[in-house]
Design a protein around this ligand. Structure first.
Ligand code: APR
Length: 243
């Protein structure tokens, strides 16, 4: 990557190799969190239309609040796994930006510092009136709980039909990657999946036990669970760069 690009856009000096990682629910599965579209996935038990759209929140706010209250309790009870820790280790050697579709905080708890949550964060809430009126939330959100601006609180989660958060930055990161790693995502949801199509990275690597690049060329594929494939990949990146 052009190192100056880093300074210009991100305000920090990038190492000569800029690594960008796109993660999905699969990286957190071995921590004990369900994915969405695997056999036992979340969307097996819930309908997206009932719990993850603006209309659902407008028509049945308690149902949506309860769904995310339940997921907040789940995330609080699990720990990062070897894949999260391996990415954090990678970030101590090279500028490593994680773009995650996940709303859990497992990347941060493992020690990654550059994490972009394009689908939101389970431990954040915001005003239904002002997107910028955000706050930390650890407990439940109930109907009648108000943000500082006096409007109803909602989960700071990107519902379907809403625009992913920090999307411009996510695109700049993908376009400035020297190595682009994809971990544990079915690539079902756009625009997140489209990041694979805009990156000029010299190395593009997918880690997923059931890989499905949907015809995309040029990817190295590690068909392993994240806790096996990611630590191995990080070792490969660190040894090949030091030799
Ligand atoms: N290690 C790595 N990958 C795994 C593992 C594992 N142990 N187990 C499953 N996977 C892979 C699956 O093969 C699949 O490719 O994780 C992926 C999970 O896909 P989805 O359930 O569709 O999750 P994700 O791609 O993150 O969904 C994207 O859709 O519902 C929305 O907002 C939600 O962010 C989510 C988005």
């Amino acid at each position: 990557m052009l190192v100056e690009l880093c300074d210009e856009y991100f305000g920090y000096a990038c190492t000569p190799m800029h690594i960008v990682v796109l993660t999905g629910a699969g990286i957190s599965r071995e921590s004990g969190l369900k994915t969405f579209r695997d056999d036992d996935g979340l969307w097996e038990g819930y309908s997206i239309e009932e719990v993850c759209t603006p209309r659902a929140f407008a028509e049945h706010p308690e149902r949506v609040l309860d769904f995310y209250n339940f997921r907040r309790k789940e995330v609080a009870q699990v720990e990062p796994n070897a894949a999260h820790f391996a990415l954090a280790e990678l970030g101590t050697h090279y500028t490593t930006n994680v773009i995650t579709q996940n709303i859990d905080d497992l990347h941060e708890r493992a020690g990654s510092h550059r994490v972009l949550h394009i689908h939101g964060e389970i431990f954040k809430a915001r005003s239904t009136f002002d997107f910028e009126e955000q706050q930390e939330i650890r407990g439940d959100i109930h109907l009648g709980d108000l943000a500082a601006d006096g409007h109803q609180l909602r989960p700071h989660i990107c519902f379907f039909e809403e625009t992913p958060y920090d999307w411009d930055k996510a695109m700049i990161l993908a376009e400035s990657a020297d190595v682009f790693i994809v971990i544990g995502t079915s690539l079902s949801v756009y625009p997140a999946a489209g990041l694979l199509d805009i990156t000029p990275a010299k190395r593009k690597i997918l880690v997923d036990p059931k890989p499905n690049l949907r015809g995309r060329p040029g990817f190295e594929v590690i068909a392993e669970p994240a806790t096996i494939g990611v630590p191995r990949l990080v070792r490969d990146l660190l040894t090949s760069a030091s030799s």
